[in-house]
Write a protein that binds this ligand. Structure first.
Ligand SMILES: [Zn+2]
Length: 100
């Protein structure tokens, strides 16, 4: 079994697949029936992915996955100045409304 890979942006487990155009495509490790990428494994253990079409729908040996780019959650950057700005604004609002 190949080791799972992890997204360098969000740390989620992903699977690298090879598309029909021989490009590397990262998909979510867990299959998702609402995904749009059919993933299968060839005899050499390589994960392949493709877009199912009407003429060539998902085969029994394929599973639908979501491309990881669709679900990747980049952690929110937290610039200190901006965070302070928001906090100060909230404080100012509270003071104006006379609430503690
Ligand atoms: Zn990610």
């Amino acid at each position: 079994m190949p080791q799972p890979s992890y997204c360098r942006v969000c740390g989620a487990p992903i699977r690298w697949t090879l598309t029909k155009a021989h490009k590397r495509l990262a998909v979510d490790l867990e299959p998702d029936p609402s995904g749009n990428t059919a993933v299968s494994r060839n005899g050499l253990g390589t994960w392949l992915s493709r877009r199912p079409t009407e003429e060539d729908p998902v085969a029994p040996y394929e599973k639908l996955h979501k491309p990881h780019a669709a679900t990747c959650q980049r952690p929110e950057p937290e610039p200190t100045t901006r965070r302070l700005g928001v906090a100060n604004l909230a404080d100012a609002r509270r003071r104006r409304n006379g609430r503690p």
